[in-house]
Design a protein around this ligand. Structure first.
Ligand code: PLP
Length: 966
């Protein structure tokens, strides 16, 4: 039989004398999109000789670092020579092997969990999920928006409250957000918050940090005895408490309400399947973590915290909130709701500084709840509780006092003076328990606990398992139903779950389908080799408060990173504790305030912020108790030096800091940066350089050397941690030595000292640090510098190619931009009525994700290609933008009306093209395949343009009934 032939007949082999030059590809070649020929094309288009010539023309000479004789940038000599993927993974393996994976029964907010492999493989290890960006373009983000809506529904159902947001950074910061939320909601003069003594140590520490600059006084008391005397705006208690105790808080809640205070309860979601949830006893707010829903402890993070409120307080919620709305055809569709509360809009008046949150982990937790459902979660909770009761029974039988007779998973034992011995005996059996003090040991059970573990722990107490039942009472049971929506009943088999996850991911554009040219977001490659170690149990299955002898490999990795990041930035010290850029900003500003205070200048509280700054800057300054004074910009986009000098003079006595972004959020290297820094220093102020744009500086200039005192970096931008659909992130704060004493501390990590704590875990989102470690390790000094240069070259190339179609708003000296460029559509909009929204949505029809819309300038698009995109991809994007410009011109010329054209109609679903009569002045081909079917793989948006305002007026933030989609 003749073989069936598919496709085109094979062409005759191309005969040539030239054989390809053999060349092995290293990691740098894999990471950087344009190859040497493509780079030559970029440089030719820009009109520079070489990448070094580009650097010399784009960056101010005063800050540009000169290479040493061996071609290494100063500071980057701290880095080892680049390793191959295989070698870097072998080194990570060796670091992992030096850690000990003990059985963790420490508890205190972190519990071992069994991640269903279907979720590990299809979410955590799947680029369709982990490389997505925050769903600001909802039409191409319906998959992750649905997953987040499931998360919100899961949280409201389990807590018994009405509205939950789409994840918080961790439990302790969620408690702090609950505090400020209650204060805003009460609106009274009271400035005191009552906190129960039995909250987690890290929660108490973060509350204390956050309260002080806001003038909130925390009164810590045993709230079982009722609310202390005096006026309070709010009360915080925990269920179960840090000691494991389950307390019925209903009386406290009633009396707090009588006295005009709101109540927030930190609650364990697994426990809430069995015990009465906070909402059912009248609490106003619930907060906590969703870590034990399938997300590894990860030495402290990342995991999704949660925050839920009564609907009366919905508008006070911080962070992102997913809501249901409808598209232009009336179909139900999801998008981020009430964004008017956020720092992007309200700046220092925002409800919070949270930007990057914990989306990927929220998706994991939500899907864990879907996979197990109410029945499965309840069964797991019963098993956990059963182990705790068996432990308590054995201890009681052996005469060991069990301190609290009502508990869920954690048993507190009194062992007069023997606590360290019991801890050591448990350790000998491979188990970590928690030593509260010399007289008390607490043992937490979790999903991974077995009867064997209980027997071993009992042996450590010189007790043994007993057949007898524990006599203590069961906690007050849960009576309300939960997780009844089909989202939590349909996906019980692996086949169903696998397909559900695939169907959701298929609705979205992540980096696995297209470049994501979002300015200020640095959507570069997240290499598989970088990601690999994240899910190794030696890194993932580590409790943040495990004995330090368990984690030498992680500690080594952390200290390597601190050294490397110090070298790259030119600072002296780095803290990895902040778990997002916003948190790094906050930690950095606190360090500045503490420095001034230590020098007897605590009156300095003015923070100068240019009008072009990211919204988080102003929001963080407000949280740090500072007064924000806005500095204007010149018509060319630079900070207005005259206005700066005037404001410095005006506020000289009270000047605390200037926060500037470098290169600026306008995408240019301001040549005056050194003068700007000097003016602030001369007046006794400190300079905060927002390092979100560090991708344009690595190996070229160091903020710690050109005038900065402190910066945060976004490891999820410059250093390859994937964005996960809106988190996780890591926002290290780097300082010069005079600020080092004020870097974050932690109550449970002696080595960090007792400075203020900004995150729940000592090293924040530690388990994703191997990503950045691997990136730096594989790139080496020269690779990193090349990456920055190619990113700059690509942005300048785009600026040159698109300028005649969309004017580039700002350029620096020699007409250069930095690593991103702003395309000004305001003139086009004025002339034709076509808006940035129209262009952004139309790009989806062409198969692209839109650039950043209307930040930092309304009516513009900001494009950042990064070094990872090939010239072919960048050219395709430019071709699409140019084709869109031709479409705009047809609107401008009147060929298409402004209300009915392919831009206004975008994005087009398959349904809108196929079903019913076609009545538009453009064809269906023009709608769906504007550059032909062969241009690039077609992305079919699942919904059409979404009406955001409708959803804000009719706020629905949990899963709608299935009929809504009929
Ligand atoms: C991204 C960004 C931030 C905020 O960082 P998150 O990690 O999202 O909190 C701050 N400033 C600038 C300029 C940014 O681009």
């Amino acid at each position: 039989m003749r073989p069936v032939r598919c496709g085109r007949p094979r062409e005759r082999p191309h005969v040539t004398d030239q054989q390809p030059t053999p060349r092995e590809f290293g990691f740098v070649d894999r990471h950087i999109g344009p190859d040497p020929d493509a780079v030559a094309t970029l440089l030719h288009t820009i009109g520079v000789e070489s990448l070094d010539d580009l650097a010399a023309k784009a960056l101010p000479a005063g800050i540009l670092d000169q290479l040493s004789g061996d071609g290494v940038a100063p500071g980057l000599d701290a880095l080892p020579p680049p390793a191959t993927e295989a070698d870097a993974l072998a080194e990570l393996r060796a670091l992992a092997d030096s850690n000990t994976v003990a059985v963790s029964m420490i508890g205190q907010g972190y519990y071992d969990t069994l991640t269903p492999p279907v979720l590990l493989r299809n979410i955590m290890e799947n680029p369709a999920w982990y490389t997505a960006y925050t769903p600001y373009q909802p039409e191409i983000s319906q998959g992750r928006l649905e997953a987040l809506l499931n998360f919100q529904t899961m949280v409201t159902d389990l807590t018994g409250l009405e509205v939950a947001n789409a994840s918080m950074l961790d439990e302790a910061t969620a408690a702090a957000e609950a505090m400020t939320l209650m204060q805003r909601a009460v609106r009274g003069p009271a400035r005191r918050l009552a906190v129960d003594t039995d909250v987690f140590a890290q929660t108490a520490a973060v509350l204390q940090t956050r309260a002080e600059p806001l003038g909130i006084e925390i009164v810590t008391a045993d709230l079982r005895r009722g609310l202390p005397e005096g006026d309070f705006f709010g009360v915080i208690a925990q269920l179960p408490g840090a000691s494991g105790r389950v307390t019925d808080w209903s009386e406290l809640i009633a009396s707090a309400h009588d006295r005009g205070a709101l109540v927030a309860v930190g609650a364990d979601l697994l426990a809430l399947t069995l015990i009465t949830p906070p909402g059912d006893i009248g609490a106003d707010v619930a907060f906590g973590t969703t870590q034990r829903f399938g997300v590894p402890m990860g030495f402290g993070g990342p995991h999704a915290g949660y925050l839920a409120v009564h609907s009366a307080h919905a508008r006070q919620l911080p962070g992102r909130l997913v809501g249901v709305s409808k598209d232009v055809d009336g179909a139900a569709a999801y998008r981020l709701a009430l964004q008017t509360r956020e720092q992007h809009i309200r700046r220092d008046k925002a409800t919070s500084n949270i930007c990057t949150a914990q989306v990927l982990l929220a998706v994991m937790a939500a899907m864990y709840a879907s996979y197990h459902g109410a029945e499965g979660l309840t069964a797991i909770a019963r098993r956990v509780h059963g182990h705790a009761r068996a432990l308590a029974a054995g201890l009681s039988a052996a005469g060991v006092e069990v301190v609290h007779d009502t508990f869920f998973d954690t048993v507190l034992a009194r062992v007069a003076g023997r606590a360290r011995d019991v801890q050591a005996a448990a350790k000998e059996r491979g188990i970590n328990v928690w030593c509260v003090d010399d007289d008390h040991v607490s043992v937490a059970c979790d999903e991974a606990t077995t009867s064997g573990h209980i027997a071993d722990v009992l042996a450590a107490f010189s007790a043994e398992a007993t057949a007898g039942e524990y006599a203590g009472p069961a906690p007050a049971p849960r009576r309300s139903a939960f997780l009844t929506h089909p989202a939590f009943t349909r996906y019980r088999t692996e086949t169903e779950m696998m397909r559900y996850l695939r169907s959701l991911a298929d609705k979205d554009i992540a980096l696995d389908r297209s470049m994501i040219p979002l300015g200020s977001c640095t959507m570069k490659l997240n290499a598989a080799a970088e990601m690999e170690a994240v899910t190794w149990p030696e890194f993932g299955r580590q409790h943040p408060f495990a004995p330090s002898s368990d984690t030498p490999g992680l500690r080594r990795l952390i200290s390597d990173l601190e050294t490397w990041l110090s070298g790259i930035t030119g600072y002296d010290n780095v803290s990895l504790q902040p778990n997002a850029g916003s948190q790094g900003e906050y930690a950095g500003l606190l360090a500045i305030q503490a420095y001034h205070a230590a020098r007897g200048e605590s009156g300095r509280d003015v923070c100068l912020i240019p009008s072009s700054a990211h919204g988080t800057n102003a929001a963080s300054a407000a949280l740090a108790g500072m007064k924000v004074v806005v500095v204007g910009c010149r018509p060319n986009g630079d900070v207005d030096l005259d206005d700066l000098r005037a404001k410095v003079t005006e506020h000289a006595d009270r000047l605390s800091a200037l926060m500037i972004t470098y290169p600026s959020t306008h995408g240019v290297y301001e040549h005056d940066v050194a003068d700007i820094c000097a003016a602030v220093h001369d007046a006794g102020g400190q300079v905060y350089v927002d390092g979100a744009n560090l991708n344009a500086l690595v190996g070229l200039a160091r903020p710690g050397r050109f005038g900065g005192d402190v910066s945060h970096l976004n490891l999820h931008k410059t250093f390859c941690i994937p964005h996960g659909g809106g988190g996780p992130g890591v926002g290290p704060v780097a300082v010069r030595s005079h600020l080092a004493p004020f870097l974050p501390g932690h109550p449970l990590a002696e080595e960090l000292g007792d400075a203020l704590t900004v995150s729940a875990a000592p090293y924040g989102s530690a388990s994703i640090l191997p990503i950045t470690w691997a990136y730096i390790r594989m790139m080496g000094a020269q690779g990193l510098r090349s990456a920055a240069l190619v990113a700059i070259a690509s942005a300048n190339y785009i600026a040159r190619r698109l300028d005649e179609y969309y004017p580039v708003l700002y350029t620096g000296e020699n007409g250069m931009v930095a690593h991103e460029c702003i395309l000004d559509l305001r003139g086009i909009t004025k002339a034709t009525g076509v808006t940035v929204d129209d262009v952004a949505k139309r790009l989806a029809d062409y198969g692209f994700h839109a650039p950043t819309m209307s930040f930092p300038v309304a009516g513009t698009l900001m494009v950042e290609p990064t070094e990872s995109e090939s010239l072919a991809e960048v050219d395709a994007f430019c071709d699409a933008m140019i084709a869109i410009r031709a479409e705009i011109d047809k609107v401008g010329s009147g060929e298409w009306s402004v209300d009915d054209n392919p831009l206004r109609g975008a994005p087009h679903t398959a349904e809108c093209l196929l079903v019913g009569e076609w009545t538009h002045p453009y064809t269906r081909e023009q709608a769906a395949y504007p550059l032909g079917a062969a241009f690039r793989p077609k992305v079919w948006p699942p919904v059409r343009r979404i009406d955001g305002a409708y959803g804000d007026r009719n706020l629905v933030c949990s899963c709608p009934p299935v009929e809504a989609f009929a």
